[in-house]
Design a binder for this molecule. Sequence first.
Ligand code: S3P
Length: 437
Amino acid sequence: MVRKTLAKRIFPPNQLSGEIAVPGDKSISHRAIMLGSLAIGNSTISNLSAGKDCFSTMNCLRALGVKFARQTNEHQTLHIHGAGIDSIVEAKNVLNAGNSGTTMRLLSGILATRPFLSVITGDASLRSRPMKRLIEPLRSMGADVCGRAEDSYAPLVIKGRKLRGIRYNLPIPSAQIKSAILLAGLFAEGETIIEQTLVSRDHTERMLKLMGANIEHDGIHLCLKPLTAPLKPVDIIVPGDVSSAAYWLVAGAIHPNARIKLRNCGTNPTRTGIVDVLVAMKAKLKIENQRNQANEPAADLVIESSQLEATELSGDIIPRLIDEIPVLAVAACKAHGTTIIRGAGELRVKESDRIATTVKELARLGARIEELPDGMAIHGSTVLSGAEVKSHRDHRLAMSLAIAGLVARGETIVCDAQVAEISYPDFWTQFERLAGH
Ligand code: S3P
């Protein structure tokens, strides 16, 4: 197979301005596809993320018997003909989650309850990401799941069976693991109780509630009763992805001549750490037109050129901006003072080791940045200089480096830039448009 690679050349524009709608939230889209498949009845999901990760979820579910109809119009609408849990049947082949941790982990929670064999794998990056954290709680619910290298990694082999609910203290603030347990708990015997030390994104809890499941959550405590009736189908418009908006929020804040409006952006408080931190760093960021959509808050965000101040981050803010740390490191390069990020060791097990790769690639642009075991220290007020940088086939790193290129002197080349399509297929088009190219 010939893989198409893109080396993207970037020159700093004189101005960054315009208005864009960021793509539908990836986390919410995965959940809408999965829960819509488990419901009985037709669900319509608009503004679905068109990222490759959500196609991985759709493709796996299609192989498991679910019927979808997709309209590739500007609304990115997906119709799901949900026929309930019993319509999920054994796949004839190995399931492929591609690059998507959310697909693999959440789907495993469902498959652990189905009376057949499933084998699920992914690309080289996903096959190197930790799976014991998923296997352990599912096993304590009675699941028969195992993985490569003594249960450390995918491929995973799952022989589904009847499970029992558990009381589980989640040792890491992972929404993927929490959600896998909840999805398994829907079809288990007895209630499932999860205690979290730090709050992670709560999209699964919100959507389960919207679809009629018996779930209570108050921040760190969660209690789910098994379904007594099938989930109800939904018609929803997915709010824009704040993790995608983050690139433009940072770009607008650090570029000297910028004003960008981001329409219809999700503002779920478990996800808006980036907004809170940029405001604390003195970004000129306005939140307008707040509303509720699909049991999720949304708003328009407006950002203007700002003189940022450094900050220190650790503790409960970290899960609220975990995916935004690479681009936040770019903001920190331009802020006044030294920014220190700690308690973010989870970054080492994302699509790449994002502490190592962010530090290495930003350093090529002249950033004064140091790796810490669980974070990084970034000295600000730095004049970045264009250079050739590598995405390490990590979508978030590719986009973060592109934003650095907008304020670096001379030419920046981002290698393997096509990887942005994992979460944001329109990224480069919108990039050109905002930069006035
Ligand atoms: C996600 C949860 C986070 C995040 C990932 C998407 C989700 O991972 O980094 O991009 O949709 O649940 P963890 O839950 O493993 O921290």
